[in-house]
Design a protein around this ligand. Structure first.
Ligand code: IMP
Ligand code: MG
Length: 192
């Protein structure tokens, strides 16, 4: 198999923690959508006085942030916020634990929070509230994935990659018990 084919093909099924997941969003699909979002952000921030700063939410968003940032055609900065994850579970804990605050001074900055997925919305709501207190000039939210059926709190999202089913997903940064983040595509729990 040549290298290009090997890079783009992904197995239809993977196992993580003894559970079966099936291919849901393949690499070209993710890449195309990330590029679209980056194009939109590049346009929206083309005329700002200072470059926007992306705040990636660790750990899950690291891959999305890296790809999104590389696809931007404007100047930008990056920093990270770290929240506790699901632990080893597949259901949202419902409470947020802050593991690392943002280091950058966000006062007067154009801030874009970048999440891997908005599930209940509790984490994104929490981050937007905390960053809002730092008096940014503007504050927007981007997420690669959103589960509309899981929403528990009101949160406005400015950039959404894909609306997905209310099922657990892994890959492209998203984990199950810290595993599967390195999968190049996104896989969904095979409910059957
Ligand atoms: P929320 O606070 O319920 O919106 O959940 C937010 C965080 O939980 C996300 O940033 C993810 O890190 C994690 N999460 C939510 N849904 C999934 C999933 O389907 N797979 C892996 N992680 C998830
Ligand atoms: Mg996350």
């Amino acid at each position: 198999m040549d290298t290009a084919t090997a890079t783009l093909s992904a197995p239809e099924t993977v196992f993580c923690q003894n559970e079966r997941f099936r291919l849901y969003l393949d690499e070209p699909t993710i890449r195309a959508r990330v590029n679209e979002l980056a194009g939109q952000i590049s346009e929206d921030y083309a005329d700002t006085e200072t470059p926007p700063i992306l705040i990636g939410v660790l750990n899950g968003a690291f891959m999305f942030v890296a790809d999104l940032m590389r696809a931007l055609s404007i100047d930008c900065e990056v920093d990270f916020y770290k929240l506790s994850s699901y632990a080893a579970a597949k259901v949202s804990a419902g409470a947020v634990t802050e593991l690392k605050h943002v280091d950058a001074d966000l006062e007067g900055r154009h801030v874009i929070v970048v999440e891997d997925i908005v599930d209940t919305g509790i984490s994104m709501r929490y981050i937007l509230d905390r960053i809002g207190e730092m008096n940014p000039a503007t504050l927007r939210a981007a997420t690669l994935l959103r589960k509309p059926e899981a929403a528990q709190v009101e949160v406005h999202l400015d950039y959404v990659g894909f609306d997905i089913k209310n099922l657990f997903v892994i890959g492209y940064g998203l984990d199950y018990g810290q595993l599967a983040r390195n999968l190049r595509a996104i896989y969904i729990l095979d409910a059957e």
